[in-house]
Ligand binder design. Structure first.
Ligand code: SF4
Ligand code: SF4
Ligand code: FES
Length: 250
């Protein structure tokens, strides 16, 4: 382990989506309160490896720097985490940084997470509104309904839950926990529930909710503590009832 004044970081790098990955190691001066994003900024300011080789700054995504935008997710010491809230003090050294393994690489620690947005489109993860005229105030939600909806609305689309899920892979095409939890959110919304049947039918069949093996990795890694397994159980029940209704209707 490095002495207390330095931070050792090993980074898996890749110049282009097609090129071969390689590893580089950096030794940084420790500062109290340092997090992974600030360490990556230090590397960008002086991109020299521990061995003294001048290199390029490491590419990574970030925006809000306060665990709100969801862009800075990566594998930190092998776990899906947000770089901006991962404090160096809480990490075992040498720290390893890798891009998410289940998403196409763009460069270094940047990956293409558009699959989540495609999955949200699939399950109609929105409240349908006609923006062409003033609809007036929407229906009210009770305090209890708001309390249940609020934790679900905190999803930051980071994809940590999908990276950690054993069922999220090319073979299953599973939509993942985030999209399912958004179905729960919008199915309870007074206006959003207009699309409830469409959403439940989108979760039937290949890639749907039955692909979930209930391993619970998703809920463990979610940085916003969203009750994902409760959402999966709740939506699973809704999908089952919808399937029964559809069966008797045909
Ligand atoms: S419960 Fe397990 S299988 Fe289901 S979404 Fe979460 S991690 Fe994936
Ligand atoms: S449910 Fe949690 S882990 Fe999954 S995308 Fe949303 S915030 Fe990230
Ligand atoms: S930079 Fe926005 S969540 Fe980390």
């Amino acid at each position: 382990m490095a002495n207390s004044k330095t931070v050792i970081i090993k980074i898996k790098r890749q110049q282009t989506p097609e090129s071969k990955p390689y590893s580089e190691e950096f030794e940084l001066t420790y500062r109290p309160g340092m997090n992974i994003t600030s360490a990556l900024m230090d590397i960008a300011a002086s991109p020299v490896t521990r061995q003294g080789k001048v290199t390029t700054p490491v590419a990574y995504d970030s925006n809000c720097l306060e665990e709100v935008c969801g862009s800075c997710a990566m594998l930190i010491n092998g776990q899906a985490k947000m770089a901006c809230s991962a404090l160096i003090d809480n990490l075992k050294q040498p720290i390893t940084l890798e891009p998410f393994s289940k998403f196409p690489i763009i460069r270094d620690l940047q990956v293409d997470r558009s699959v989540l947005f495609e999955n949200l489109k699939k399950v109609k993860g929105w409240v349908p509104v006609d923006g062409t005229y003033d609809l007036g105030p929407g229906p009210r939600q009770s305090a209890e309904e708001q309390e249940q909806a609020y934790p679900l609305s905190r999803c930051i689309s980071c994809c940590c839950c999908m990276e950690a899920c054993p069922q999220f892979n090319e073979k299953t095409g599973f939509v993942g926990a985030a999209a399912i939890s958004q179905v729960r959110l919008f199915n309870t919304h007074p206006t959003g529930k207009a699309l409830k049947v469409d959403r439940l039918q989108a979760l039937m069949g290949d890639g749907g909710i039955q692909e979930c093996g209930y391993a619970q990795n998703c809920v463990e890694v979610c940085p916003k503590d969203i009750p994902l397994t409760r959402s999966i159980a709740d939506v699973g029940g809704q999908v089952m009832w919808q399937a029964i209704k559809d069966f008797f209707r045909t």
